[in-house]
Design a protein around this ligand. Structure first.
Ligand code: N01
Length: 554
């Protein structure tokens, strides 16, 4: 069956994949511009990551008053966040509110997966194929499919032998009650594992945490938001949002200029203590200007943090196993509530997979090189095939270039994280090599959609149908992202940031880490200069991006 160009399914201006924060804002902007829009969402409803990640304890670790749309003053005035860090249910409620308030649901078909997208050069159109077999055509294709929406393939040896309950944090479909009184294993100690472990420990008969790489888990210090704080923020929202837009991380900055060794050991310790109390992304890891750039400086913060673990965890051996041994901030820090305290419970134990890797599983146990652990349930918190997983799942294909996964066989290559050479009229929202990875992503999404809309408007005003990045423009951006990350300690550590969590994935750093403010200024300058590095109907004002200020913010 096909519903391709018939009066019932006309060619639309914008085809969009995903109805999370990105897709909904794209639908809103398309309508504002008078463009027709057809969105497809595999899940049953809006919400994206916040629809799917419903595991116990799931909440955002960017403060809720910032992790929200800024495009509507009325919306930000009328919505009231209840906690410093909103739980998943509240964020999902907010997204539903936005969808209803702006009547956006009508632009999406839910429970509908895009399985292929083909560029038709003669028609200058994209044609998407849906899982029903139906097709739909449109001028522009927007991947609003999220960076962390495709779970990593399960690579735990022998899991297929296990006969008990298995559940993944990224596709949670049981209740905490299902784990009550059971012997539970949690595999994985990234942000997802760290959030669910304390809650599972409260109901399980016994919880065994299988940790491969110990992470930095700061106390989230979540708390209810007092009405006077909310009122104050609401009264200043426009100026706060503007500050966020030009900040390093998309949240109000706390600029520091001094370096870790500019102060005495005593003063440094006092500063780290205060930062530890403050917590958040501008906590210990941001207390001195050089912490993400200088390994010795970073070591002072890491040592301070390791000391904190030993203050909290009673058993010395467990505390030692929980110590992270990579530079603080080089991979995503975690924020937990009662995480290290959980290891003081008599019903919780820690297994270090560095000491005893899993060799296999049986029907009722996890077998490591050192022994066997009987369990009734296994919770997988092993992460995502970040950025490329969701994009490759769309099978985006352009004649002469093959599929996106062929074009990126040796690593990701984008222009501003928004376009990629050889795939005309294809745009990624908060894609790889954008600031999405290290920012308040809602703000990054709004900026990306606005910039893409600006480029489309510019092209249409000039009478052009086809928008494409030049290979030179793309090469320039890849150089800029690599140069930028190589100034920092991000480049030193394996994680999903580099694609190294997925076997066989080429190692490319997945984000631009020069700061969201600097990125925004770069994007604004590119637009002002008539989009160097972008070809409109094959002609470009300049093939490459040219000279641009690329210093790292913050
Ligand atoms: O995934 P992760 P996540 N055997 O990749 C381990 C966002 N997020 O879902 O480090 C054993 O971080 C793996 O070990 P290692 C946030 O951006 C935000 O937790 O590869 N272990 C690691 O410990 C975050 O960064 C929020 O050695 C295995 C863990 O599993 C991103 O999503 C909440 C393994 C995976 O950690 C991803 O977080 C949740 C194996 N075979 C998520 N494979 C908030 O806003 C992997 N691991 C709070």
């Amino acid at each position: 069956m096909t519903d391709s160009p018939t009066p019932a399914s006309p060619v639309v201006d914008v085809l969009c994949v995903g109805a999370g924060f990105s897709g909904l804002y794209a639908a809103y902007q398309a309508r504002e511009h008078g463009w027709t829009f057809a969105g497809f969402e595999a899940a049953a409803d809006v919400g994206g990551t916040w629809f799917l990640n419903t595991y116990p304890g799931a909440r955002c670790d960017v403060e809720s008053v910032y992790y929200s749309y800024s495009f509507s003053e009325e919306l930000q005035k009328e919505w009231t966040w209840s906690e410093r860090f909103a739980p998943q249910e509240e964020i999902l409620r907010y997204i539903n509110h936005v969808a209803d308030r702006f009547d956006l649901r009508r632009y999406f078909r839910f429970g509908t997966k895009v399985v292929a997208a083909n560029w038709l050069p003669a028609e200058k159109l994209w044609e998407v194929t849906l899982d029903s077999g139906a097709t739909r055509r449109g001028r522009y294709l927007l991947a609003a499919s999220g960076g962390l929406s495709t779970p990593k393939d399960v690579d735990v040896p022998g899991l297929e032998n296990f006969a008990g309950l298995t559940v993944s944090t990224s596709r949670w479909n049981v209740s905490l009650d299902d784990l009550a009184g059971k012997r539970v294993a949690v595999i994985g100690t990234g942000s997802s594992g760290v959030q669910c472990i304390p809650l599972i420990a409260e109901v399980a008969e016994h919880l065994t945490v299988f940790q491969r790489t110990a992470n930095y888990v700061f106390p989230a210090r979540n708390r209810p938001l007092p009405p006077e704080v909310v009122d104050d923020i609401k009264s200043r929202y426009p100026e706060i949002r503007q500050e966020c837009r030009y900040s390093p991380g998309g949240i109000p900055d706390r600029p520091v200029t001094d370096r870790a060794f500019d102060v005495s050991d005593e003063e440094r310790r006092r500063r780290y203590e205060a930062a530890y109390e403050r917590s958040g992304f501008l906590g210990v890891g941001a207390e001195f200007a050089d912490l993400l750039f200088d390994l010795d400086a970073n070591q002072t913060a890491a040592d301070f943090f390791r000391g904190k673990i030993h203050e909290i965890v009673h058993d010395d051996r467990t505390a030692t196993l929980l110590e992270p041994h990579f530079p603080l901030g080089a991979k995503r820090s975690c924020f937990g509530t009662g995480y290290y305290e959980t290891f003081n419970r008599p019903n919780v134990s820690l297994v270090s997979l560095r000491e005893e890797p899993i060799t296999t599983m049986t029907a009722d146990s996890i077998v490591t090189e050192a022994g066997s652990y009987e369990v009734d349930a296994v919770v997988l918190a092993i992460g995502f095939d970040a950025f490329t997983g969701p994009l490759f799942g769309l099978n985006v294909t352009a004649p002469g270039h093959g599929r996106l996964q062929d074009a990126w066989r040796d690593g990701v290559r984008t222009y501003l994280g928004l376009l990629t050479a050889g795939f005309p009229n294809f745009f990624m929202v908060a894609g790889p090599q954008s600031p999405a990875l290290a920012s308040n992503v809602v703000l990054t999404i709004e900026q990306a959609v606005d910039w893409i809309a600006g480029l489309i408007t510019h092209a249409r005003a000039e009478g052009h149908e086809v928008i494409e990045t030049t290979t030179e423009g793309q090469d320039d951006w890849v150089d800029i992202t690599e140069w930028t990350v190589n100034q920092t300690l991000y480049a030193t550590t394996d994680s999903w940031y580099r694609g190294s969590n997925v076997a066989g994935k080429p190692s490319t750093f997945m984000g631009y880490v020069g700061g969201v403010g600097r990125y925004r200024r770069i994007c604004e300058e590119i637009a002002r200069r008539g989009y160097p590095g972008v070809a409109l109907d094959s002609s470009a004002v300049a093939k490459g991006i040219g000279r641009i200020d690329t210093e790292v913010d913050g």
